[in-house]
Ligand binder design. Structure first.
Ligand SMILES: *Cc1c(COP(=O)(O)O)cnc(C)c1O
Length: 398
């Protein structure tokens, strides 16, 4: 048996690899350079072009591009009319932004538990948390697997709730053949560098609903309109004239970021194919290793995985998650944990959220870590990652 590097053995590789990494080509850089050399580096034509690209890729009627996934979620909450006294149901096993966006609007995030095998929000738990104050569900396509859209749609329709999909992980995935972006009332993407396509920072909201679309446009540009038909005041005074008709923010993306996004979207099929290929390899290898639990696939979801999570079966291993994680680092395979349950954070604790709210999420959290998954991984990177997991699982087997 091989000795873990943490305990004095030889690491499986010399240089470190990380759980995620962007892939920016010369072509991408050239696209950005062209914009930087031109007249518009913001508020120019590239942002609109990026919106058309996202619409045609997802099949959704409208896309609004913004400066981050977090801004996208905030805009979606504004467009949904979420405000003081409202409740918004989401999952605790997510990045903090999925819940913070409700707080931005003065609403209360309510955490529904997850399915312990797929790790996605459990529709039955959503149902159990609905009150007369519930206004929306923010369902996260965790790791890229699409949530149970059919069940959640039905719950939202029955109770008059807005269905917002946090699709920061799932651009490129589909549900029953329909692309993410064209499923929920509003869908939010992130273009952070670890996500499937990047704009440096960036996000977008997709919708088929005209009313939401108008509100999203206003929310991301100060609530200011240049459209006469939306104006309330004096007749048109001249072409300089505009009106602020609601409270909005400056959540605009720059044109050079939009150029990067368009260029990256040109390779999304390749990114998705490569991610699927690596996931298939991992699933096959890890399902044979005792002590490692593989995330269960949702059959309706044709998944482009953003994260690959292994879950340690701590009954079968004589180590803690912390020891396994540190041992992976010593092998030079740098993992990450997605995520600490949101309501465990001090900020949430101080608002009165208590541990134990979502037992499945807390139990799953104890054993999980995200291993390297990104399209630029070489054959050796993939082999080394599999080797490291197998080596440690064998060493720590009870
Ligand atoms: C990355 C992420 C966000 C936020 O996106 P940013 O672009 O970083 O603001 C929101 N939700 C989830 C699930 C994410 O992973």
């Amino acid at each position: 048996m091989e000795l873990p590097a943490l305990l004095g053995g030889t690491p499986v590789r010399e240089d470190k690899i990380y759980y995620g990494r962007q892939w920016v080509t010369d072509e991408d850089i050239e696209a950005v350079r062209k914009v930087l050399e031109g007249p518009y580096i913001t508020c120019g034509p590239k942002v609109q072009e990026a919106e058309r690209v996202l619409e045609s890729y997802t099949g959704a009627k409208h896309a609004v591009v913004v400066n981050s996934g977090t801004s996208a979620l905030h805009c979606a909450c504004i467009a949904a009319g979420i405000g003081e006294g409202d409740e918004v149901i989401t999952t605790p096993l997510t990045f903090a932004a999925s819940a913070n966006c409700a707080l931005y609007c003065g609403a209360k995030p309510v955490f529904a538990d997850i399915d312990p095998e797929t790790y996605n929000i459990d529709p039955e738990s959503i149902r159990a948390h609905i009150t007369p104050k519930t206004k929306a569900v923010i369902a996260v396509d965790f790791t890229g697997q699409v949530v149970k859209v059919r069940e959640i749609r039905q719950i939202c329709d029955e109770h008059g709730l807005v269905f917002i999909e946090d699709a920061a992980h799932s651009i490129g995935s589909a549900y029953d053949g329909v692309k993410v972006g064209n499923l929920a009332d509003m869908t939010c993407f992130s273009f952070h560098p670890v996500k499937t396509v990047t704009a440096g920072e960036g996000g977008a909201i997709l919708t088929n609903n005209e009313e939401y679309y108008e509100k999203l446009v206003l929310a991301h540009t100060h609530g200011i309109t240049h459209d006469e038909s939306q104006m309330e005041g004096a007749p048109h005074e001249g072409i300089w004239y505009y009106e602020q008709i609601s409270l909005g923010y400056n959540y605009r993306m720059t044109d050079f970021q939009a150029a990067l996004l368009i260029s990256q979207m040109g390779r999304i099929d390749e990114f998705v194919a490569k991610r699927k290929e690596i996931v298939a390899r991992y699933d096959e290898e890890f399902s044979k290793i005792p002590g490692i639990i593989v995330q269960k696939n949702i059959p309706e979801s044709d998944t482009s995985r953003h994260l690959y999570i292994i879950r340690l079966d701590l009954d079968k291993l004589k180590c803690t998650r912390r020891e396994f994680f540190d041992a992976m680092s010593a092998e030079n395979v740098q993992c990450q944990v997605h995520y600490v349950p949101v309501y465990w954070f001090p900020y949430y604790e101080h608002m009165g959220y208590e541990k134990g709210l979502c037992p499945n999420a807390e139990e799953v959290y104890k054993g999980i870590m995200s291993i390297p998954l990104y399209p630029r991984m070489t054959e050796k990177d993939i082999e080394d990652t599999i080797h490291a997991v197998r080596k440690l699982a064998e060493y720590y087997a009870k």
